[in-house]
Design a protein around this ligand. Structure first.
Ligand code: MN
Length: 503
């Protein structure tokens, strides 16, 4: 997946006013440049942090907000009130700002100089003037709340790792939101017949999240597959042999050659159309010899979003999660709640899919195998099989509630999975938080799907920031899930989104 840190910017803007005089404003400017520079260098923040000169008037504030809106590189604004910046000056700019906003409630000096601080001398007056965010940021916070602005508030000294990490999480969400604005999803075939949860309003999705969903007959894909030159098929099969554990028999099988042909055709189709996510469905495979398994796995590993059975909402979600997770340790995949282990001493969920699980979550080198598939009525498909490394993870589901989109997130612990010699698919075994019974009850009340985006790189905070930036509902099922409170939250949210005119 290509993503260039240099190509995406977060603008660091500082609020002040003319009252302080030129000397103080010079210092404010210099301090802000130091903080912006430190954030720019921070490895936790995956974009450039660009210092913008201190804002002292309503006109300058409005101008920078409009400039941010028009900048294709700008993924969001980080605002800080080093000194007191009367917030009526911010109304016009903030009302027009269409980029994500993070309010960084920090202070240039970490510590109070206990023995020196006073208000007698000019020097100490400077100290007070230059460490005013405790009240300056409150004035700014008020106007954001008064305007009902969705934003992230991060509190802490600018050299505090936790504060910088929190900005990094938001930056990733802002980058995914920016990516979604230009995202195109290709659907090969429609949704699986009669299935409800994978449906939704594509117009609403485009209004809310920006992405476009384009439908194609699977014949268009089949045509691209037939055009793949034999030489390319051979080269790709050789690459499979280099990258995966594969027997000579598997590598020379017609199934693997066909899988390579499908991958190559699918990849060229997606590249030509500028698509970064796609769906397939086993109910519509005319002209394809086998259900695309290996192709889907490898494209996901390269950063494509994917949803099976026509599930474009999950394809878009997996793409957003791939963007957020870029460069982090741990993989991200399309996933399905497959089956339960209900031993009361050891309840857990087995996650898998027919074929399409992303090898970025593999604990070791995946194995390339060919086995029959009882669904779809096609030839035996090739797939990569593997197990997943234990550790923390999340699963997230995007559903459409008729008037709005709801993102449901469950945190979990991936655990060691016993061998399953007769189940030749990639799989994950996990224990959801706070426990399977509570988590599944909450998930079902919230209307969460069986399809999810699964990630060992992301945390609930990434998803929370993404939901906040895109203005969608978030239901978190975490360590402290209380079912009575959750049911109330669902009811109250219905009212909240009704009042706030959902889509
Ligand atoms: Mn499925």
């Amino acid at each position: 997946m290509t993503m260039n840190k240099e190509a995406i910017e977060l603008w660091f803007v500082t609020g002040s006013q003319h009252l302080y005089g030129e000397e103080t404003l010079k210092k404010v400017n210099a301090d802000s440049a130091i903080i912006a520079g430190a954030l720019d260098k921070a490895s936790a923040i995956p974009a450039r942090v660009v210092f913008k000169p201190v804002l002292t008037s309503a006109d300058a504030i409005t101008a920078i907000c409009l400039e941010a809106n028009n900048s294709p590189e700008c993924a969001g604004i980080i605002a800080w009130m080093h000194t007191f910046s009367p917030a009526k000056m911010w109304i016009s700019g903030l009302r027009q700002l269409s980029k994500p906003l993070l309010h960084f409630h920090t202070q240039f000096n970490r510590d109070i100089p206990w023995t020196e601080i006073d208000m007698e001398t000019e020097i100490d007056m400077d100290f007070m003037n230059l460490n005013q965010s405790a009240h300056g940021d409150r004035e700014f916070g008020y106007i954001c709340s008064r305007l009902r602005l969705e934003r992230k508030v991060v509190v802490g000294h600018w050299q505090d790792k936790a504060a910088v990490d929190a900005i990094g999480v938001w930056a990733r969400a802002a980058m995914a939101a920016l990516d979604a604005m230009s995202l195109k999803i290709a659907r090969f075939g429609d949704n699986m017949r009669d299935v409800a949860v994978t449906e939704g309003n594509k117009v609403s999705a485009q209004i809310k999240l920006g992405y476009q969903v384009h439908g194609y007959g699977v014949g268009d894909l089949a045509h691209a597959v037939t055009k793949v030159p034999e030489k390319q098929v051979k080269a790709l099969v050789k690459q499979y042999g280099d990258e995966y554990k594969a027997s000579a028999k598997a590598l020379s099988s017609p199934s693997v050659r066909e899988a390579a042909r499908i991958e190559s055709g699918m990849r060229s189709f997606l590249e030509k159309g500028g698509f970064k996510a796609f769906t397939t469905t086993f109910e519509d495979l005319h002209g394809l010899v086998q259900l695309p398994g290996l192709a889907v796995q490898r494209l996901m590993a390269d950063g494509y979003g994917f949803g099976a059975e026509g599930d474009w909402k999950t394809a878009a979600l997996v793409r957003a999660m791939k963007v957020m997770a870029h460069g982090l340790k741990g993989g991200t995949s399309f996933m399905e709640d497959y089956t339960y282990h209900l031993d009361p001493e050891n309840t857990s969920v087995l996650g898998a899919h027919m074929l399409e699980v992303c090898p970025t979550i593999a604990a070791a080198k995946p194995v390339l195998e060919v086995h029959p598939l009882g669904i779809g009525g096609k030839a035996d498909p090739a797939r990569l099989t593997f197990r997943t490394r234990p550790g923390r993870a999340i699963a997230a589901s995007m559903v459409e509630m008729g008037d709005r989109f709801r993102l449901i997130v469950n945190t979990m612990e991936v655990v060691e999975c016993p061998l399953m010699p007769k189940l030749p698919v990639a799989s994950v075994l996990w224990k959801p938080d706070p426990d399977l019974k509570t988590a599944a009850t909450a998930w079902i009340h919230a209307g969460g799907a069986h399809h999810t985006g699964f990630s060992q790189a992301l945390t609930a905070e990434h998803m929370e920031d993404f939901a906040s930036i895109t203005g969608i509902e978030l239901i978190l099922i975490g360590e402290k899930c209380d079912l009575r409170e959750l049911k109330k939250e669902l009811r109250w949210n219905d009212l909240y989104y009704h009042l706030n005119k959902g889509l």
